[in-house]
Design a protein around this ligand. Structure first.
Ligand SMILES: Nc1ncnc2c1ncn2[C@@H]1O[C@H](COP(=O)(O)OP(=O)(O)OP(=O)(O)O)[C@@H](O)[C@H]1O
Ligand SMILES: [Zn+2]
Ligand SMILES: [Zn+2]
Length: 803
């Protein structure tokens, strides 16, 4: 009798193991490890993963697999193994680890069908065709009831049939309003010529269509040309433009033709860096390379050429980039080189689109995936290289279970595949650089920019001084004069508003009251578009008060600078400047990111104003000035990495200026010019920063000298949270070696979220072989209470965020 070992979808301590189920005869030759099944569990039916097959079981009353959910494994052997590793390393449940590796469409319950692949009908024999009864798809229920499962499986393998998931957002066709010109270029030009001089806005719309005769979504048009709906309406009424409803495409790159690019001839430095990587590819030997290259030194070209070798060798590549720099510009560079061989995975895709991309990988239709963190689980079977760009980015760490770091997963997978990993950055994480110095990673250096162009000159401006000299504006004299200069020359500027931390809280100027969330100990953030205050932790929302709830004063207003406020100020002081603003508000809609960047690249604006999201990846020749409005906002976060993060951000954004022929300049405005991370980012000297920061880390026992484990305890009852944390702290102190440093219990920097009090215990250690075992003991001890959710205990090995 065939027996399947199944990990069931019941994330709890007692169920965190494999259970045996017998396999019904008709599926006996179909099931394989890595397939999902439905099995009875207690009184319920639950989902599970088959992790292994065997011939007998010592379970007496064995139950049967109820349904199979796949005809082909969704997790291959390597990924199943990786799941166990993840479980071990991040201290999560097996089921959580297995699910983390799959696209969302496979996790939830979506309607599932088996469909005949386009044009493959004639490959099906009569038996199978009969099953489909002239339709092109049948429900999964039909598949389960059929006696021909093995036959269906064969066709799925050959690609004649495919499993599809109907996700809600796919069934509902989305439409948008599009605008297109009814006249040709000459017609538009003629009409523009006879417009009255006061119809400037209409003129600009016409001008847009003269340059871009293609249809465009109304929304995009309004944003790009910065006109109101009424202006467009006027042109529609006059019969110059037409408006219609159109369906949105599912694949954002579907109808796009990419011009193929050829590899560049590498510079000496690039060639020297690539050589050892190529050797590792061709020798099938695992190695981790740290590609430390200043901004604009041509790291991407090295990635491209390494991937090219991998493809030629018949293998596959994973290219990770941080979510916020997964810009169309980045994707384009890979699509231009490798065309249809590239799949793209990022959070902007719908569930259906993500599943499509995943399927391309699963069915070996693509060779490369470019994606954010979770693309590290791409189900390739012949990996030849894994590359992580901007490897220092904190978004590579998942901040929910399983709390994995993509860098560690990459190395684990690369070991399995005997292939290289490249970690690339101009400002590597301290941990990575330290490993490179110890030769654990192989250091590859690009010290020069392309065409030997210089790194930009940096001016650090002391904003306290500005205030003393009577300048109350958010722009220093220096920045203002350079901005004006660029406007005159027709060159472009990037303005960064460093907007982490408490940027737009509301304060009463009379009594100093700061409006906090009633559920969380954190200030509320002001949102202008609906004049409300919002909590970013629990979602609490309230109207902006007219008067101070404490003292009744009406001098209550929001503090700190949002991008909108900067935009308004720019409109006052430089009314002629054309500004594109990029922040969460303007880029929340699909495709808007790309549109705004394109508009900037095509010169439709003089200034690109934005938050962190503009700091990376941009490679535009006409940017010659970068201004940082508030360099220090991140410095004061309660996080031992705050200096490192500040240095990285400032260096990255400075690197956007002067990348091509024109030289670049940077102005950094700060209230703490003497802070070393600001001073050294001014010099763009990573090496000095590294030494300095390492010294501090050693003094204060932080990574890379020590490893960290953070235990976070939360409970509605404050005393309970404190007591449990205290008990854990005591237990660990007694059971770990005397070298371990155990800090706690202390209140978390955000001491209450959603009415739950939060306490933590931080462990700093060098070598504690017993640590994970002890932590598991702790979790087991509190298992009953945590199962009821009264008490929550989370453990983060190598935390990136200390909140
Ligand atoms: N060998 C080469 N010959 C000519 N141009 C090159 C070569 N390598 C790269 N470039 C060009 O130089 C510019 C900078 O390269 P790239 O964007 O790859 O740098 P990077 O190190 O990835 O930058 P950053 O980390 O700042 O994003 C790009 O426009 C790229 O096309
Ligand atoms: Zn007040
Ligand atoms: Zn809240």
């Amino acid at each position: 009798m065939g027996i399947a070992s199944v990990v069931v979808d019941v994330p709890a301590k007692q169920t965190d193991r494999e259970f045996d189920y017998s396999i019904p005869g008709k599926w006996e030759h179909i099931v394989q490890p890595g397939m999902r099944v439905i099995v009875p569990f207690g009184p319920r039916m639950v989902q599970g993963f088959i992790t292994a097959l065997k011939n007998d079981s010592n379970v007496k009353k064995i139950r049967e697999v109820k349904e199979i959910l796949d005809l082909e494994p969704v997790l291959n052997e390597e990924l199943l193994k990786l799941g166990s590793w993840l479980t071990e390393e991040t201290m999560c449940f097996r089921i959580t680890a297995l699910q983390a590796m799959l696209p969302a469409a496979l996790k939830a319950k979506y309607e599932k069908v088996l469909r005949i692949s386009t044009g493959r009908e004639e490959h099906l024999e009569a038996t199978v065709q009969a099953l489909f009864k002239n339709k092109d798809m049948i429900s999964w229920k039909d598949v389960l009831e059929s006696d021909h499962a093995a036959l269906l499986q064969k066709h799925v393998r050959k690609g004649n049939l495919e499993v599809m998931y109907f996700v809600k957002d796919k069934l509902k066709k989305k439409t948008v309003r599009v605008i297109q010109p009814l006249l040709n270029k000459e017609g538009l030009e003629d009409y523009a010529g006879i417009l009255p001089p006061n119809a400037r806005k209409q003129y600009e719309v016409l001008h847009h269509f003269i340059n871009h005769p293609d249809k465009i979504q109304l929304r995009e048009l309004l944003e790009d040309v910065r006109v109101s709906n009424a202006v467009v309406k006027a042109l529609i009424d006059k019969g110059i433009l037409a408006e219609k409803e159109e369906e949105i495409y599912r694949d954002p790159y579907e109808n796009r033709v990419f011009k193929q690019t050829e590899p560049f001839i590498l510079t000496q430095e690039q060639a020297d860096a690539l050589r050892p990587v190529k050797k590792s590819i061709h020798d099938n030997s695992h190695a981790v390379f740290l590609l430390y290259g200043v901004t604009g030194s041509g790291k991407t070209e090295i990635y491209l050429q390494a991937i090219d070798d991998v493809i030629k060798k018949g293998e596959e590549a994973i290219m990770l980039v941080p979510e916020i720099s997964l810009t169309p510009q980045t994707v384009k560079r890979f699509k231009e080189r490798f065309g249809n061989l590239v799949a793209v995975m990022h959070s902007g895709l719908s569930i259906g689109e993500k599943y499509d991309e995943w399927r391309k990988i699963h069915r070996k239709e693509v060779k490369v995936v470019v994606g954010a963190r979770s693309a590290i689980f791409a189900p390739f079977e012949n990996l030849g290289i894994i590359i992580i760009d901007e490897e220092h980015e904190s978004s590579y760490k998942q901040e929910e279970t399983p709390r994995y770091h993509a860098r560690e997963v990459a190395i684990e997978r690369a070991k399995h595949h005997n292939c290289p990993v490249i970690l690339g950055s101009a400002t590597p994480a301290l941990e990575s650089f330290a490993r490179a110095k110890k030769n654990v990673y192989k250091l590859l250096t690009l010290s020069k920019r392309m065409n030997e162009s210089k790194l930009p000159r940096v001016d650090i401006v002391d904003m306290r001084e500005e205030l003393r000299n009577g300048n109350r504006s958010m722009f220093s004299k220096t920045l203002f004069s350079k901005l004006t200069d660029r406007l005159e020359k027709g060159e472009q500027t990037v303005l960064l508003l460093n907007k982490r931390g408490h940027s737009s809280f509301v304060m009463c100027r009379s009594c100093g009251l700061v409006t906090n969330c009633p559920n969380c100990d954190i200030s509320l953030t002001y949102h202008r578009y609906n004049d409300s205050l919002k909590c970013h932790y629990c979602g609490h929302e309230e109207r902006m008060p007219q008067a101070c709830p404490e003292c009744g004063s009406d001098h209550i207003r929001f503090f700190g600078t949002g991008t909108q406020k900067v935009e308004e100020e720019l409109a006052k002081i430089l009314p002629e400047a054309r500004v594109i603003r990029m922040d969460v508000d303007t880029t929340s809609k699909k495709g808007s990111h790309e549109r705004l960047l394109n508009a900037f690249q095509e010169g439709h604006a003089d200034i690109l104003l934005g938050t962190q999201m503009i700091a990376k990846g941009l490679d535009f020749p006409n940017i010659t000035l970068v201004g940082v409005l508030s360099a220090d906002t991140m410095l004061h976060l309660p996080d031992f990495r705050s200096s490192e993060k500040t240095f990285q951000l400032l260096t990255q954004v400075s690197g956007r200026a002067g990348r091509h022929e024109l030289p670049g300049e940077v102005v950094i405005q700060t209230y703490t010019p003497e802070h070393y991370s600001i001073e050294l980012s001014g010099l763009q000297d990573f090496d000095v920063f590294y030494e300095r920061e390492m010294y501090i880390r050693r003094q204060s026992h932080y990574p890379p000298y020590y490893y960290l484990a953070l235990i976070n305890v939360s409970h509605e009852d404050l005393m309970k949270a404190v007591a449990v944390t205290e008990k854990i702290t005591k237990y660990l102190t007694a059971s770990l070696s005397p070298e371990a440093i155990i800090l706690g219990p202390v209140a978390s920097p955000i001491s209450r979220i959603n009415n739950r009090y939060r306490y933590q215990c931080l462990i700093k250690y060098k070598r504690e072989p017993e640590l994970k075992k002890q932590l598991r003991t702790v979790l087991e001890h509190y298992q009953q209470e945590t199962a009821q959710n009264l008490l929550q205990i989370s453990i983060d090995m190598n935390p990136q965020i200390m909140m």
